[in-house]
Design a protein around this ligand. Structure first.
Ligand code: PXL
Length: 280
């Protein structure tokens, strides 16, 4: 029997909508990973639903960390995503220092925006702090919009060919210091997937699939959660990326004919069994 790996997931909890913790928890559990949660904020619904409420949980995060330290907790991975403010971003860096076990992973999804636009709650200061946090990561999982913010470049000027995307991925690695899984990599045609720079091999590989039409909110969180689960179950970065690409593609393919609005995200629940621990 193998020991169940432990991950600490630091994201918001959105009451309605498929993203952040409501995605990370079921995915990591079904993959056979124990998921402890440190919620950064409680929202009535995620930020694509107009009129959402927002309860900042910064003080509770600090108290929780004090208690977890007293309990002597250590995690095989720290996995962060949507954060509620600048102070929280620095708290996550502190969390990594105190709670990542020796040899463990810090997976930072540098959530800031999508489709060339910033999420409504993200400010310039938060993007700057996210850049600092990403420097502490072992693996980052930006989409193209976030890649532009991390490199402080114009979204419209990003490369649209494979060689340019490979070069962009390498540049995001901070000189090979961290691994990078760039999502949404596409030549603009019928193919989409991830560009993967693994600092262990110093290679960039593309993991691609056919493009399913439509826009789906929260797929970055689905992707990063599957990636985290697969890494903790011993997969290489390229293997874990391939599983995440396939799962997101299958979820989108299932959702497309349902004609649900983009803010409903992907209909992933009926497909969770395809990434269950006994299949990995
Ligand atoms: O999927 C990223 C995300 C996470 N959490 C909240 C969001 C978003 C994207 O909009 O609104 C609350």
């Amino acid at each position: 029997m193998t020991v169940t790996p432990k991950v600490a997931a630091i994201h918001d909890l959105s009451g309605y909508g498929r993203c952040s913790l409501t995605v990370a928890l079921p995915i990591l559990s079904v993959m056979g990973v124990q998921c402890s949660v440190l919620p950064t904020a409680y929202l009535s619904a995620h930020t694509a639903f107009p009129g959402f409420t927002f309860l900042d949980l910064t003080e509770e995060m600090k108290k929780t960390m004090g208690h977890w330290e007293a309990l002597g907790l250590q995690f095989d991975a720290v996995y962060s995503g949507f954060l509620g403010g600048v102070e929280q971003i620095d708290i996550v860096a502190d969390f990594i220092r105190r709670f990542r076990r020796e040899g463990g992973l810090a997976i930072v999804d540098p959530v800031m925006g999508d489709y060339g636009r910033r999420y409504v709650t993200y400010t310039d200061e938060m993007c700057e702090a996210t850049r600092r946090l990403a420097e502490k990561a072992d693996v980052i999982t930006p989409n193209l919009t976030e890649a532009a913010f991390l490199l402080e470049e114009a979204f419209d000027a990003l490369p649209a060919d494979w060689a340019g995307l490979a070069e962009l991925t390498r540049r995001l690695s901070c000189g090979g210091g961290r691994s990078v899984v760039l999502t949404g990599a596409s030549d603009g045609e019928s193919t989409i997937g991830a560009a993967v720079y693994d600092r262990e091999t110093d290679r960039v590989d593309f993991v691609l699939t056919d493009r399913i039409p439509g826009e789906y909110h929260g797929t970055g969180d689905v992707f990063a959660s599957v990636l985290t689960g697969a890494l903790l179950r011993g997969r290489s970065l390229v293997e874990a990326s391939a599983l995440a690409v396939r799962f997101v593609r299958d979820c989108a393919a299932r959702t497309y004919p349902l004609h649900t609005p983009p803010q409903e995200g992907v209909d992933f629940e009926p497909l969770l069994y395809t990434i269950a621990a006994d299949r990995l």
